[in-house]
Ligand binder design. Structure first.
Ligand code: CTP
Length: 386
């Protein structure tokens, strides 16, 4: 549909970036990014109308997002024609705007486009050797100022390298070290850094990313507290296994992975040190509060769990205690305690008890003629315990 519409509007349209990269890598990717040579916002509005979606435009950046009825997003950007004046008598050249658009991107593997216009449908646009780099499994920047322009790309390089088991190219690695030597990491704002770290924590290979960050001296440049000690590595290995297990079970409610990783990275640190780490990442007061509260709650839960085990208490008691702990806390708890019995109790809680629904509700009590009041809560709690 996008191709037909672009034909009607006499514009060129391309799918770009990660979507194209992942087609070549045979990896699923549902995030469609489009680039229009023309007016991206007008195009997005017309395509939004055709597909019955809502469109949010950002005039300043000439971009728009189409939100489809099923909740999926399509990002639409505008590739502007740019004119390069050559000195002396040489003529002004008009560079193809898709080429300029791709040249501004982070790595060759992301600088790919596929044309969607009908007559050119499926034409792969690869100006910078992306196919060669995919074949050779390397992450390569497009120009030497890439990391200085945007230091978050250092973290992106590592994230893609670990996700696809690629190497970071030799020259690209030198440019990373250069940028670190120039103190680019220190200049990076806390919120952009936090954003990139969260993306890393969503990857299955988060620990490998952290190890590569340590080896490139990136972790210590972010905060001296981030040492990744052998004990932390061991804990992170468990976290990775537990998260993978949980993500497989509950595809629909993803835990806030960052909290779990932060708990591991700040494991054993005092509250002041943790506070300083949180400031480096520019966490909001709410995020800091959630984090510190979770850590405290977790210690209480561990204590209560041990008591419960010792006294051989009823399962319902464990259930009510763990209900006080957000799921991230339970997952961290599981990661920290490798004993099979503990893991069995906690996984039983997560899989069978936590979201168990009751056959009766307050409505049934109402229908039975019970006067409304605190007794409702008590009755329902007793049913749940039973
Ligand atoms: N991009 C960039 N520099 C950045 C961030 C993004 O050049 N710092 C470009 C890349 O070309 C990327 C595109 O913007 O392909 C879209 O960014 P994003 O959605 O973050 O990346 P994806 O490549 O889709 O990666 P992922 O698979 O992690 O979503």
């Amino acid at each position: 549909e996008a191709g037909e519409l672009a034909d009607e509007l006499e514009q060129s349209i391309y799918a770009v970036g990660g979507f194209v990269r992942d087609i070549l890598m045979d990896t699923p990717n549902l995030d469609l990014d489009l680039v229009v040579e023309g007016d991206g916002i007008a195009f997005a509005q017309a395509l939004g109308d055709k597909l019955g979606g809502r469109v949010r435009a950002h005039r300043k950046f000439q971009t728009a997002v189409i939100v489809l009825p099923d909740g999926q997003h399509i990002d639409v950007a505008t590739a502007r024609l740019e004119y390069y004046e050559y000195p002396a008598a040489l003529p002004t050249v008009e560079l193809s705007s898709i080429k300029m658009d791709l040249y501004r991107r982070d790595f060759t593997i992301n600088a790919l486009a596929v044309q969607l216009n009908k007559s050119q449908f499926g034409r792969l646009v690869d100006f910078f050797g992306a196919q060669r780099d995919i074949k050779n499994r390397v992450i390569r920047v497009l120009h030497s100022l890439s990391f200085v322009e945007d230091p978050t790309r250092i973290l992106r390089a590592i994230r893609f390298a670990q996700r696809y088991s690629f190497q970071i190219g030799g020259q690209t690695e030198r440019l990373i070290k250069n940028a670190l030597g120039l103190g680019m990491m220190e200049k990076l704002s806390g919120s952009r850094l936090f954003n990139e770290m969260c993306l890393i924590f969503e990857e299955k290979t988060a620990l490998a990313c952290l190890r590569q960050m340590r080896d490139l001296r990136l972790l210590s440049a972010i905060h001296p507290m981030l040492t990744l000690s052998p004990a932390q590595e061991e804990l992170l290995e468990e976290i990775e296994k537990v998260l993978e297990w949980y993500r497989l079970l509950y595809l629909n409610h993803a835990p806030r992975s960052w909290i779990i990783y932060f708990m591991a990275l700040a494991n054993g640190a005092k509250d002041e040190e943790t506070q300083s780490l949180a400031e480096r990442f520019n966490l909001t007061p709410k995020q800091i509060n959630d984090f510190l509260a979770l850590r405290k709650q977790l210690n209480q839960s561990i204590y209560h769990y041990k008591m419960w085990k010792h006294r051989k208490g009823p399962l319902s008691q464990l259930c009510f205690q763990l209900d006080e702990l957000p799921v991230e806390g339970v997952l961290f708890f599981m990661s920290k305690f490798k004993q099979e019995a503990t893991r069995r109790d906690l996984s039983q809680y997560l899989t069978r008890l936590k979201d168990a629904e009751l056959d009766i509700s307050g409505r049934d009590l109402q229908l039975a003629g019970l006067p409304e009041g605190p007794a409702y809560g008590e009755i329902l709690k007793k049913v749940r315990a039973a």
